[in-house]
Design a protein. Structure first.
Length: 272
């Protein structure tokens, strides 16, 4: 028996096939088109006997609550996608969740962590919350939208708000402030120390505030900026220590282990 983990993006859909111990057997990508559910169904059916697949987990780029899609601004997909796909594959074991939440679950489970916050530092700032091995979606499906914590600047965010964390702590924000790529910034940390210190200070403060509420024992840092590895992790943690409530200082900080595969792993972990 197998499990299918499916991570839908604006350009491509990543599909992973796992055994029942969540070991990856095969992965591939297809283009994201308007008939996305049928395309996924056909792609898997061409490779595997569907009667051998225990269940299908999906990471969806949008708001998802209790398996129902509320809104997906960047892709065209039916709000009742779960029921449609169940009918296609003749399998009731189909589960959907927000893509960032699914990635958080993948990272936590792959590192054998019971609880964690996962923060992605890329074009924006995103993430998810895992508690007792389960995604915490929140009442309106927006738990883990760390990039829209306020008020960390006076800059207008793409969401329409002012001062969102991602206006100063995303890769895009760093590049705008420095005028060079993030790769160049982390290659010449002394030259860009003022920009990096501000970045670390704001991010460390945000994480201290998040943990004062959810108090998970682990923080996982992912996204494109995690390529800076220990330079990034140490900078964030040193800032966090300045701002954190004393009992939070035992929190473990670690880097992403799955990178671009976090979504397919997390989607697979939706099938228990």
């Amino acid at each position: 028996m197998y499990i299918a983990g499916i991570d839908i993006g604006g350009t491509t859909v990543k599909i992973g096939i796992f055994d029942l111990n969540y070991q990856l057997i095969e992965k591939w990508e297809i283009e994201t088109k308007d008939n996305i559910l049928k395309d996924i169904y056909s792609s898997i059916k061409d490779k595997y006997d569907l009667s051998r697949i225990k269940g299908y987990g999906f990471g969806i780029p949008g708001v998802v609550i209790d398996n129902k899609i509320i809104v997906t601004p960047n892709i065209k997909i039916e709000t009742n996608a779960c029921e449609i796909f169940k009918e296609l594959v003749k399998n009731e074991n189909v589960f959907l969740a927000n893509d960032a939440n699914v990635a958080a679950l993948g990272e936590a489970m792959n590192q054998k962590l019971d609880s964690a916050i996962f923060i992605t530092l890329g074009t924006g700032v995103g993430g998810g919350i895992v508690i007792n091995g389960q995604i915490y979606e929140g009442f309106g499906g927006s738990a883990g939208e760390f990039g829209h914590l306020k008020k960390y600047s006076d800059i207008k965010c793409n969401c329409g708000g002012i001062g969102c964390l991602e206006t100063v702590c995303s890769a895009k924000a760093l590049e705008k402030m420095a005028g060079v790529s993030t790769k160049e910034i982390f290659k010449n940390t002394a030259l860009y120390s003022d920009i990096l210190n501000n970045f670390y200070d704001k991010l460390g403060l945000a994480i201290a505030n998040i943990l004062a509420v959810v108090n998970t024992e682990n923080v996982i840092i992912g996204g494109g900026l995690s390529n800076a590895k220990d330079e990034l992790l140490n900078g964030i943690y040193e800032s966090f220590k300045k701002h954190a409530f004393l009992p939070l200082l035992n929190t473990s900080f670690r880097l992403s282990s799955l990178f671009n595969d976090a979504g397919i792993y997390g989607a697979a972990y939706l099938i228990r």
